[in-house]
Ligand binder design. Sequence first.
Ligand code: ZN
Length: 160
Amino acid sequence: MKAERNKVVFIHYSLADESGSPVEDNFDEEPTALLMGHSNMMRGLESALGGREEGESFEVTLKPEEAYGPKREDQLQRVSKKHFAQPKRLRIGDLATLRTEQGQRSVTIVKVGSKFVDVDLNHPLAGQTVQFKVKVVRVRDATPVELAHGHAHADGQDHH
Ligand code: ZN
């Protein structure tokens, strides 16, 4: 079965940043399930997956606009230290978890003051050309519930 719109695709993948350093890898874990045609993944990865067969492996290089987007200059923000889970351990250049009203968000520390911290809200891979290595483990038809929800469910788990 081919990966195409309204199919659920199970993939193993690894992701490397612009310098080729590994960022993520799920080859030792359960494959990730994605519903094709419902914006479950970045555009570039979805178009590279289209038409692939079960068992197929491929590599794809994605420009920022097909992956995590361009790095935006207006994403710097000054926030109070109290919004951080571990305010004493903030170091410039580190990724930290910021608690916002919309939930948790990963940010890069730019400057640390006594009460306030300047953070960059850009995704750490924004502005970078990234590389995916992908193996298509399995392809199946989406269930009606998955189509209604607009995302894939691990098998047999339509309730969540
Ligand atoms: Zn659901």
